[in-house]
Design a binder for this molecule. Structure first.
Ligand code: C6P
Length: 413
Protein backbone atom coordinates (compact mmCIF):
# COMPACT_ATOMS: atom_id res chain seq x y z
CA UNK A 1 0.00 0.00 0.00
CA UNK A 2 1.38 3.43 -0.87
CA UNK A 3 1.34 6.17 1.80
CA UNK A 4 -1.44 7.88 -0.16
CA UNK A 5 -3.60 4.76 -0.09
CA UNK A 6 -3.22 4.48 3.69
CA UNK A 7 -4.06 8.14 4.23
CA UNK A 8 -7.28 7.78 2.21
CA UNK A 9 -8.35 4.26 3.17
CA UNK A 10 -11.73 5.65 4.33
CA UNK A 11 -12.48 6.86 0.81
CA UNK A 12 -11.25 3.70 -0.89
CA UNK A 13 -13.68 1.81 1.34
CA UNK A 14 -16.48 3.82 -0.32
CA UNK A 15 -15.98 2.05 -3.63
CA UNK A 16 -18.53 -0.54 -2.58
CA UNK A 17 -21.22 2.16 -2.57
CA UNK A 18 -20.93 2.50 -6.37
CA UNK A 19 -22.40 -0.55 -8.14
CA UNK A 20 -21.11 0.46 -11.59
CA UNK A 21 -17.51 0.19 -10.39
CA UNK A 22 -17.98 -3.46 -9.57
CA UNK A 23 -17.66 -4.89 -13.05
CA UNK A 24 -15.18 -6.15 -15.58
CA UNK A 25 -14.64 -4.39 -18.89
CA UNK A 26 -12.87 -6.32 -21.63
CA UNK A 27 -11.86 -8.98 -19.14
CA UNK A 28 -10.34 -6.56 -16.62
CA UNK A 29 -11.63 -4.90 -13.51
CA UNK A 30 -13.03 -1.51 -14.55
CA UNK A 31 -10.79 1.47 -13.78
CA UNK A 32 -13.11 4.44 -14.26
CA UNK A 33 -11.09 7.61 -14.89
CA UNK A 34 -13.67 9.67 -16.80
CA UNK A 35 -15.21 11.44 -13.83
CA UNK A 36 -14.89 14.97 -15.23
CA UNK A 37 -17.34 13.89 -17.95
CA UNK A 38 -19.69 12.28 -15.45
CA UNK A 39 -19.22 10.57 -12.10
CA UNK A 40 -20.62 7.21 -11.05
CA UNK A 41 -23.64 7.20 -8.71
CA UNK A 42 -23.76 5.72 -5.22
CA UNK A 43 -26.50 3.29 -4.27
CA UNK A 44 -28.04 5.97 -1.99
CA UNK A 45 -28.78 8.14 -5.05
CA UNK A 46 -29.97 5.31 -7.27
CA UNK A 47 -32.28 4.09 -4.52
CA UNK A 48 -33.68 7.54 -3.79
CA UNK A 49 -34.67 8.01 -7.45
CA UNK A 50 -36.22 4.57 -7.47
CA UNK A 51 -38.02 5.24 -4.17
CA UNK A 52 -39.44 8.46 -5.59
CA UNK A 53 -40.89 6.66 -8.62
CA UNK A 54 -42.19 3.75 -6.53
CA UNK A 55 -43.79 5.82 -3.74
CA UNK A 56 -44.06 9.59 -4.36
CA UNK A 57 -44.29 9.97 -8.14
CA UNK A 58 -46.56 12.89 -8.97
CA UNK A 59 -46.27 16.37 -10.45
CA UNK A 60 -45.26 19.27 -8.21
CA UNK A 61 -46.86 22.52 -7.01
CA UNK A 62 -50.41 22.43 -8.37
CA UNK A 63 -51.76 19.26 -6.79
CA UNK A 64 -53.51 18.93 -3.46
CA UNK A 65 -53.46 15.16 -3.20
CA UNK A 66 -51.03 13.28 -0.98
CA UNK A 67 -48.56 12.17 -3.65
CA UNK A 68 -48.36 15.64 -5.15
CA UNK A 69 -47.74 17.08 -1.70
CA UNK A 70 -44.92 14.62 -1.15
CA UNK A 71 -43.40 15.39 -4.55
CA UNK A 72 -43.63 19.15 -3.87
CA UNK A 73 -42.17 18.84 -0.37
CA UNK A 74 -39.29 16.73 -1.67
CA UNK A 75 -38.65 19.04 -4.62
CA UNK A 76 -38.66 22.23 -2.54
CA UNK A 77 -36.68 20.42 0.17
CA UNK A 78 -34.01 19.72 -2.46
CA UNK A 79 -33.95 23.42 -3.30
CA UNK A 80 -33.39 24.29 0.38
CA UNK A 81 -30.68 21.63 0.59
CA UNK A 82 -28.95 23.05 -2.50
CA UNK A 83 -29.03 26.54 -0.95
CA UNK A 84 -27.38 25.16 2.17
CA UNK A 85 -24.88 23.13 0.07
CA UNK A 86 -23.49 26.27 -1.58
CA UNK A 87 -24.14 28.81 1.17
CA UNK A 88 -26.87 30.79 -0.64
CA UNK A 89 -28.75 33.31 1.49
CA UNK A 90 -32.19 31.88 0.60
CA UNK A 91 -33.69 28.99 -1.42
CA UNK A 92 -35.23 31.59 -3.74
CA UNK A 93 -31.72 32.09 -5.13
CA UNK A 94 -31.65 28.48 -6.35
CA UNK A 95 -32.97 27.69 -9.83
CA UNK A 96 -33.26 24.11 -11.02
CA UNK A 97 -31.80 23.65 -14.49
CA UNK A 98 -30.76 20.74 -16.69
CA UNK A 99 -27.12 21.40 -15.81
CA UNK A 100 -24.28 23.89 -16.06
CA UNK A 101 -24.88 24.53 -19.76
CA UNK A 102 -28.49 25.50 -19.24
CA UNK A 103 -27.62 27.64 -16.21
CA UNK A 104 -25.15 29.73 -18.22
CA UNK A 105 -27.52 29.99 -21.18
CA UNK A 106 -30.20 31.19 -18.79
CA UNK A 107 -27.99 34.02 -17.51
CA UNK A 108 -26.94 34.92 -21.07
CA UNK A 109 -30.55 35.10 -22.26
CA UNK A 110 -32.38 36.43 -19.23
CA UNK A 111 -29.81 38.73 -17.61
CA UNK A 112 -27.38 39.74 -20.36
CA UNK A 113 -30.09 39.72 -23.04
CA UNK A 114 -31.95 42.34 -21.07
CA UNK A 115 -29.10 44.47 -19.72
CA UNK A 116 -26.30 44.47 -22.32
CA UNK A 117 -26.15 47.09 -25.06
CA UNK A 118 -24.13 47.44 -28.29
CA UNK A 119 -20.43 47.93 -27.53
CA UNK A 120 -20.66 46.44 -24.00
CA UNK A 121 -17.81 44.10 -23.07
CA UNK A 122 -17.84 40.57 -21.69
CA UNK A 123 -14.64 39.20 -20.16
CA UNK A 124 -13.99 35.44 -20.24
CA UNK A 125 -10.81 33.37 -19.95
CA UNK A 126 -9.07 31.30 -22.60
CA UNK A 127 -9.69 28.12 -20.61
CA UNK A 128 -13.49 28.23 -20.67
CA UNK A 129 -15.53 25.17 -21.61
CA UNK A 130 -17.66 25.76 -24.72
CA UNK A 131 -20.64 26.05 -22.33
CA UNK A 132 -19.13 29.22 -20.92
CA UNK A 133 -18.12 30.61 -24.31
CA UNK A 134 -20.68 29.80 -27.00
CA UNK A 135 -23.71 31.22 -25.09
CA UNK A 136 -21.78 34.52 -24.79
CA UNK A 137 -20.90 34.47 -28.51
CA UNK A 138 -24.58 34.00 -29.39
CA UNK A 139 -25.60 36.77 -26.99
CA UNK A 140 -22.82 39.11 -28.17
CA UNK A 141 -23.92 38.68 -31.79
CA UNK A 142 -27.52 39.37 -30.79
CA UNK A 143 -26.92 42.56 -28.79
CA UNK A 144 -23.70 43.80 -30.45
CA UNK A 145 -21.46 43.18 -27.43
CA UNK A 146 -17.75 42.31 -27.54
CA UNK A 147 -15.86 39.46 -25.89
CA UNK A 148 -12.33 39.61 -24.51
CA UNK A 149 -10.23 36.91 -22.89
CA UNK A 150 -7.86 36.60 -19.95
CA UNK A 151 -4.89 34.70 -21.45
CA UNK A 152 -3.61 31.30 -20.30
CA UNK A 153 0.16 31.01 -20.01
CA UNK A 154 2.17 27.99 -21.18
CA UNK A 155 1.67 24.31 -20.47
CA UNK A 156 1.30 25.09 -16.74
CA UNK A 157 -2.14 26.41 -17.69
CA UNK A 158 -2.45 29.29 -15.24
CA UNK A 159 -4.31 32.52 -15.98
CA UNK A 160 -2.12 35.52 -16.74
CA UNK A 161 -3.63 37.97 -14.28
CA UNK A 162 -1.09 40.74 -14.79
CA UNK A 163 -3.46 42.92 -16.83
CA UNK A 164 -6.67 41.70 -15.19
CA UNK A 165 -7.77 44.95 -13.55
CA UNK A 166 -7.28 46.90 -16.78
CA UNK A 167 -9.16 44.24 -18.77
CA UNK A 168 -12.09 43.99 -16.40
CA UNK A 169 -12.48 47.74 -16.04
CA UNK A 170 -15.61 48.71 -17.94
CA UNK A 171 -16.64 45.07 -18.63
CA UNK A 172 -20.30 44.34 -17.88
CA UNK A 173 -19.73 40.68 -17.13
CA UNK A 174 -16.84 38.47 -16.06
CA UNK A 175 -17.39 34.71 -16.38
CA UNK A 176 -14.78 32.17 -15.35
CA UNK A 177 -14.47 28.48 -14.64
CA UNK A 178 -13.58 27.53 -11.07
CA UNK A 179 -11.70 24.38 -12.12
CA UNK A 180 -10.56 23.83 -15.71
CA UNK A 181 -11.91 20.54 -17.08
CA UNK A 182 -9.00 20.42 -19.53
CA UNK A 183 -6.03 21.53 -17.41
CA UNK A 184 -6.99 20.86 -13.81
CA UNK A 185 -6.16 24.48 -12.95
CA UNK A 186 -7.94 25.80 -9.85
CA UNK A 187 -8.68 29.46 -10.47
CA UNK A 188 -8.69 31.97 -7.58
CA UNK A 189 -12.38 32.77 -8.14
CA UNK A 190 -12.85 34.57 -4.85
CA UNK A 191 -10.14 37.09 -5.71
CA UNK A 192 -11.27 37.38 -9.34
CA UNK A 193 -14.92 37.96 -8.44
CA UNK A 194 -13.91 40.62 -5.91
CA UNK A 195 -11.79 42.43 -8.51
CA UNK A 196 -14.47 42.08 -11.19
CA UNK A 197 -17.26 43.33 -8.96
CA UNK A 198 -15.12 46.20 -7.66
CA UNK A 199 -14.75 47.21 -11.32
CA UNK A 200 -18.53 47.15 -11.73
CA UNK A 201 -18.86 43.82 -13.60
CA UNK A 202 -21.32 41.06 -12.80
CA UNK A 203 -19.38 37.87 -11.93
CA UNK A 204 -20.37 34.34 -12.95
CA UNK A 205 -18.59 31.18 -11.85
CA UNK A 206 -18.78 27.89 -13.76
CA UNK A 207 -18.59 25.36 -10.94
CA UNK A 208 -19.19 22.26 -13.08
CA UNK A 209 -15.89 20.68 -12.00
CA UNK A 210 -15.80 21.96 -8.43
CA UNK A 211 -19.29 21.55 -6.98
CA UNK A 212 -18.90 17.92 -5.88
CA UNK A 213 -15.16 18.12 -5.30
CA UNK A 214 -14.59 21.06 -2.97
CA UNK A 215 -16.42 23.11 -0.35
CA UNK A 216 -18.35 25.87 -2.11
CA UNK A 217 -19.80 28.99 -0.56
CA UNK A 218 -21.27 31.53 -2.97
CA UNK A 219 -21.23 34.33 -0.42
CA UNK A 220 -17.59 33.69 0.42
CA UNK A 221 -16.67 33.50 -3.28
CA UNK A 222 -18.67 36.69 -3.77
CA UNK A 223 -20.10 35.77 -7.18
CA UNK A 224 -23.39 36.98 -8.66
CA UNK A 225 -24.12 33.71 -10.48
CA UNK A 226 -22.79 30.18 -10.13
CA UNK A 227 -23.79 27.13 -12.17
CA UNK A 228 -23.19 23.39 -11.76
CA UNK A 229 -24.44 19.97 -12.85
CA UNK A 230 -25.72 17.14 -10.66
CA UNK A 231 -24.27 14.34 -12.78
CA UNK A 232 -20.65 15.31 -12.14
CA UNK A 233 -21.13 15.12 -8.36
CA UNK A 234 -22.66 11.67 -7.84
CA UNK A 235 -26.16 12.88 -8.75
CA UNK A 236 -28.44 12.04 -11.68
CA UNK A 237 -28.11 13.39 -15.22
CA UNK A 238 -30.61 16.05 -16.32
CA UNK A 239 -30.56 18.19 -13.17
CA UNK A 240 -28.37 21.12 -12.22
CA UNK A 241 -28.39 24.30 -10.20
CA UNK A 242 -28.06 27.94 -11.09
CA UNK A 243 -27.43 30.24 -8.15
CA UNK A 244 -28.22 33.90 -8.70
CA UNK A 245 -28.11 36.82 -6.29
CA UNK A 246 -31.73 37.67 -5.59
CA UNK A 247 -31.35 41.32 -6.45
CA UNK A 248 -30.22 40.34 -9.97
CA UNK A 249 -32.79 37.58 -10.40
CA UNK A 250 -35.54 40.09 -9.66
CA UNK A 251 -34.35 42.25 -12.56
CA UNK A 252 -34.22 39.44 -15.12
CA UNK A 253 -36.60 38.40 -17.87
CA UNK A 254 -38.06 34.90 -17.79
CA UNK A 255 -35.97 32.32 -19.64
CA UNK A 256 -38.76 30.26 -21.17
CA UNK A 257 -42.54 30.68 -21.16
CA UNK A 258 -45.08 28.04 -20.14
CA UNK A 259 -46.70 26.51 -17.10
CA UNK A 260 -45.23 26.91 -13.58
CA UNK A 261 -43.56 30.27 -14.34
CA UNK A 262 -46.65 32.51 -14.34
CA UNK A 263 -48.83 34.13 -11.69
CA UNK A 264 -51.68 34.94 -14.11
CA UNK A 265 -52.32 34.51 -17.82
CA UNK A 266 -54.69 36.42 -20.10
CA UNK A 267 -55.17 36.09 -23.84
CA UNK A 268 -53.25 39.32 -24.36
CA UNK A 269 -50.54 39.19 -21.68
CA UNK A 270 -49.25 37.35 -18.61
CA UNK A 271 -47.60 38.10 -15.28
CA UNK A 272 -44.66 36.11 -13.93
CA UNK A 273 -44.41 34.01 -10.81
CA UNK A 274 -41.92 35.22 -8.17
CA UNK A 275 -38.30 34.02 -8.33
CA UNK A 276 -37.16 31.31 -8.67
CA UNK A 277 -40.30 29.87 -10.29
CA UNK A 278 -40.23 32.58 -12.97
CA UNK A 279 -37.26 30.70 -14.44
CA UNK A 280 -38.66 27.18 -14.20
CA UNK A 281 -41.20 26.78 -17.00
CA UNK A 282 -42.82 23.36 -17.44
CA UNK A 283 -42.63 20.19 -15.38
CA UNK A 284 -39.16 20.07 -13.79
CA UNK A 285 -36.90 17.06 -13.29
CA UNK A 286 -38.54 16.03 -10.04
CA UNK A 287 -36.85 12.65 -9.58
CA UNK A 288 -33.57 14.38 -10.45
CA UNK A 289 -34.05 16.85 -7.61
CA UNK A 290 -34.69 13.98 -5.17
CA UNK A 291 -31.55 12.24 -6.46
CA UNK A 292 -29.47 15.40 -6.29
CA UNK A 293 -30.45 15.91 -2.69
CA UNK A 294 -29.34 12.36 -1.89
CA UNK A 295 -26.03 13.07 -3.67
CA UNK A 296 -25.43 16.23 -1.63
CA UNK A 297 -26.15 14.29 1.58
CA UNK A 298 -23.81 11.52 0.47
CA UNK A 299 -20.94 13.91 -0.30
CA UNK A 300 -21.37 15.89 2.90
CA UNK A 301 -21.39 12.71 4.99
CA UNK A 302 -17.86 12.15 3.66
CA UNK A 303 -16.89 15.83 3.77
CA UNK A 304 -15.99 17.95 0.75
CA UNK A 305 -12.69 19.02 2.38
CA UNK A 306 -11.77 15.37 2.52
CA UNK A 307 -12.80 14.75 -1.10
CA UNK A 308 -10.72 17.74 -2.19
CA UNK A 309 -7.66 16.57 -0.25
CA UNK A 310 -7.97 13.15 -1.93
CA UNK A 311 -8.39 14.76 -5.39
CA UNK A 312 -5.27 16.85 -4.92
CA UNK A 313 -3.19 13.95 -3.56
CA UNK A 314 -4.28 11.60 -6.35
CA UNK A 315 -3.70 14.22 -9.09
CA UNK A 316 -0.23 15.07 -7.81
CA UNK A 317 0.62 11.39 -7.56
CA UNK A 318 -0.68 10.83 -11.11
CA UNK A 319 1.27 13.84 -12.42
CA UNK A 320 4.49 12.48 -10.87
CA UNK A 321 3.93 8.90 -12.08
CA UNK A 322 2.98 9.95 -15.62
CA UNK A 323 5.89 12.41 -15.85
CA UNK A 324 8.23 9.38 -15.68
CA UNK A 325 6.93 8.12 -19.05
CA UNK A 326 9.33 9.02 -21.88
CA UNK A 327 7.96 11.54 -24.39
CA UNK A 328 4.82 12.48 -22.42
CA UNK A 329 3.71 16.13 -22.37
CA UNK A 330 1.64 16.97 -19.32
CA UNK A 331 -0.64 19.98 -19.34
CA UNK A 332 -1.76 22.06 -16.39
CA UNK A 333 -0.03 22.91 -13.12
CA UNK A 334 2.39 20.41 -11.56
CA UNK A 335 1.17 21.16 -8.05
CA UNK A 336 -2.07 22.35 -6.51
CA UNK A 337 -4.11 20.91 -9.36
CA UNK A 338 -7.61 19.51 -9.23
CA UNK A 339 -8.35 15.81 -9.66
CA UNK A 340 -7.49 15.38 -13.31
CA UNK A 341 -4.45 15.06 -15.54
CA UNK A 342 -4.35 15.81 -19.29
CA UNK A 343 -1.49 14.83 -21.52
CA UNK A 344 -0.19 14.10 -24.99
CA UNK A 345 1.66 10.79 -25.31
CA UNK A 346 4.41 11.37 -27.86
CA UNK A 347 2.88 11.49 -31.33
CA UNK A 348 0.20 8.90 -30.55
CA UNK A 349 -3.29 10.16 -31.28
CA UNK A 350 -5.41 10.70 -28.15
CA UNK A 351 -8.16 8.44 -29.47
CA UNK A 352 -5.68 5.59 -30.01
CA UNK A 353 -4.53 5.91 -26.40
CA UNK A 354 -8.11 5.90 -25.13
CA UNK A 355 -9.06 2.93 -27.30
CA UNK A 356 -6.06 0.86 -26.21
CA UNK A 357 -6.61 1.70 -22.54
CA UNK A 358 -10.24 0.65 -22.91
CA UNK A 359 -9.09 -2.76 -24.14
CA UNK A 360 -7.72 -3.39 -20.65
CA UNK A 361 -10.71 -1.84 -18.86
CA UNK A 362 -9.42 1.70 -18.23
CA UNK A 363 -11.95 4.43 -19.09
CA UNK A 364 -10.20 7.65 -20.21
CA UNK A 365 -11.35 10.46 -22.48
CA UNK A 366 -9.58 11.85 -25.52
CA UNK A 367 -10.34 14.91 -27.60
CA UNK A 368 -10.59 18.63 -27.01
CA UNK A 369 -12.90 18.24 -23.98
CA UNK A 370 -15.11 21.07 -25.27
CA UNK A 371 -12.21 23.51 -25.00
CA UNK A 372 -11.19 23.78 -28.64
CA UNK A 373 -9.81 27.34 -28.50
CA UNK A 374 -7.68 26.43 -25.46
CA UNK A 375 -6.27 23.39 -27.25
CA UNK A 376 -5.46 25.55 -30.26
CA UNK A 377 -3.73 28.04 -27.96
CA UNK A 378 -1.64 25.19 -26.50
CA UNK A 379 -0.80 24.00 -30.00
CA UNK A 380 -2.44 20.59 -29.66
CA UNK A 381 -5.44 19.15 -31.44
CA UNK A 382 -6.43 16.77 -28.70
CA UNK A 383 -5.33 15.47 -25.33
CA UNK A 384 -5.94 12.38 -23.22
CA UNK A 385 -7.52 13.04 -19.84
CA UNK A 386 -7.66 10.91 -16.70
CA UNK A 387 -10.07 12.40 -14.17
CA UNK A 388 -10.60 11.19 -10.63
CA UNK A 389 -13.25 11.06 -7.98
CA UNK A 390 -13.49 10.05 -4.37
CA UNK A 391 -13.53 6.30 -5.15
CA UNK A 392 -10.39 6.23 -7.31
CA UNK A 393 -7.29 4.67 -5.80
CA UNK A 394 -3.55 5.14 -5.93
CA UNK A 395 -3.32 1.57 -7.26
CA UNK A 396 -5.50 2.62 -10.21
CA UNK A 397 -3.07 5.44 -10.97
CA UNK A 398 -0.21 2.91 -10.91
CA UNK A 399 -2.15 0.71 -13.33
CA UNK A 400 -2.78 3.69 -15.61
CA UNK A 401 0.92 4.58 -15.62
CA UNK A 402 1.90 0.97 -16.44
CA UNK A 403 -0.61 0.74 -19.30
CA UNK A 404 0.46 4.10 -20.78
CA UNK A 405 4.07 2.99 -20.66
CA UNK A 406 3.14 -0.19 -22.54
CA UNK A 407 1.20 1.80 -25.16
CA UNK A 408 4.19 4.09 -25.61
CA UNK A 409 6.53 1.11 -26.02
CA UNK A 410 4.17 -0.53 -28.51
CA UNK A 411 4.11 2.58 -30.73
CA UNK A 412 7.87 3.15 -30.61
CA UNK A 413 8.69 -0.37 -31.91
N1 C6P B 1 -17.51 18.96 -19.14
C1 C6P B 1 -16.08 17.08 -19.70
O1 C6P B 1 -15.89 15.92 -20.08
P1 C6P B 1 -22.98 20.00 -18.61
O2 C6P B 1 -22.74 19.25 -19.89
O3 C6P B 1 -23.97 21.13 -18.79
O4 C6P B 1 -23.31 19.11 -17.46
O5 C6P B 1 -21.58 20.66 -18.21
C2 C6P B 1 -20.92 21.50 -19.10
C3 C6P B 1 -19.60 21.92 -18.55
C4 C6P B 1 -19.42 23.25 -18.20
N2 C6P B 1 -18.26 23.67 -17.66
C5 C6P B 1 -17.24 22.84 -17.43
C6 C6P B 1 -15.99 23.37 -16.78
C7 C6P B 1 -17.37 21.48 -17.76
O6 C6P B 1 -16.35 20.66 -17.51
C8 C6P B 1 -18.56 21.01 -18.36
C9 C6P B 1 -18.70 19.59 -18.80
C10 C6P B 1 -17.50 17.58 -19.59
O7 C6P B 1 -15.16 17.82 -19.40
C11 C6P B 1 -18.24 17.35 -20.87
S1 C6P B 1 -17.44 18.12 -22.25
Amino acid sequence: MTGGAEAFADLEARRGDFPALDQEVNGNRLVYLDNAATSQKPRAVIEEVRRFYERDNSNVHRGVHELSNRATLGFEGARRRAAEFIGAATPEEIIFTRGTTEGINLVAAAWAGRHLRPGDRILLTEMEHHSNLVPWQILAARVGAEIEFVPVVGDEGLLDLSGFDARVRGARLFACTHISNALGTINPVKELCARARAAGAVALVDAAQSAGHAPLDVREIGCDFLAFSGHKMAGPTGIGILYGRRELLEKMDPYQGGGEMISSVHFEHSAWAPVPHKFEAGTPDISGAFGLRAAMDYLDAIGRERIMAHDLALAEYAYARLAEIPGIRLLGPARGRAGLVSFVLGDIHAHDVVMLADRVGIALRGGHHCTQPLHRRLGVESTVRASFYLYNTFAEVDRLADVLREIRRYFSR
